[in-house]
Ligand binder design. Sequence first.
Ligand code: SP5
Ligand code: ZN
Length: 369
Amino acid sequence: MPSADGDPVAAAADPLPVASSPLHARHDPTTELCAGTSIPCWERASRAELIAEALAGDARFTFVPVAEHGRSPIEAVHDPRLVAYLERAWERLVEAGVTLGPAGAQVHPDTYVHPALRDGMGPGARPRDPLAELALWCFDTATALTPGTYAAARSAVDVALTAADLVLTGAPAAYGLCRPPGHHAPRAAYGGYCYFNNAAIAAQHLLDAGAARIAVLDVDYHHGNGTQQIFYARADVAYVSIHGDPDRAYPYVTGYADETGTGPGLGCTANFPLEAGAGDRRFASALAGALDEVTRHRPDVLVVSLGVDGHAADPLGDFELTTEAFASAGRTVRELGLPTVVVQEGGYALDELAANVRAFLVPFATPPR
Ligand code: SP5
Ligand code: ZN
């Protein structure tokens, strides 16, 4: 069937499976604190709706039902206390009488459990007050907790795991329209709009199903500090990322080129920090280097953290990528011929978001040349 953009090889017989859950909309905070100023939240429910609408109207994609996987795949990656905290946090905050501001039903920490507070005194007791405990788990001011955050975050994990299962059962590729995103969440914290690390949980799930080695390729504008942290000392999962240089770009403390893993994981992390203004050619050459690192790891399955916030119009990034950069990246990654699980991360230019995501995915929906 000829597609809207006239791609002659688009094959409706071989559409790319898409996992997507309506539960993402349970999480839709109103505001985020950016350098102390309250602004409308960039990571909003309409993002997923725009992507879903674009793919639903395109015969190269087919939506599949999302399967619940429970919490054990999450606890295989995250501190079970983080999962337990997020599950009950809202009701405990309400019970404790935490007042909600004019921004609506969302809560941010008001005290940071900064290690220097107890310098020379040992770590002390863990905070027990639910608001103080929030400060123990949350690492930034942009990532609100709302009544539906846990349900939405759980659904995003199920979306990623459903995509992983499709590849495990023989699909050459699958896309998980994860929201909220995941790559900033390390083992024992949440932040960067991320609560559970969907890509890392999918990677661990693939290993637990029998894969020997996984590579995670992260093309989001921001460094996936969470994914890197989770696998930093491990040889079974390689983490390879292209992103804004942490000298100027969130999350500031990870993503330098000299971070290459530790212990058994030494050589299994590779970072490609780019300068402001990086364009399509610069991105393509970094991607070539990144894919060399992926190939060197000889993965059984590739997990792609697909953020499209490198687009020139994105309000959070400073790259100058065009939609063609994502189309080209999709073709190049597709040509590796690896079973591939693509999970959604960032992308905040609402007018370009769906086109950028679709551009990356289209090569996976068509037979390889
Ligand atoms: C998944 C994802 O893309 N998360 C991104 C989280 C970004 N959080 C907000 C960072 C705010 C940085 N503000 C600096 C403005 C410089 N122009
Ligand atoms: Zn991002």
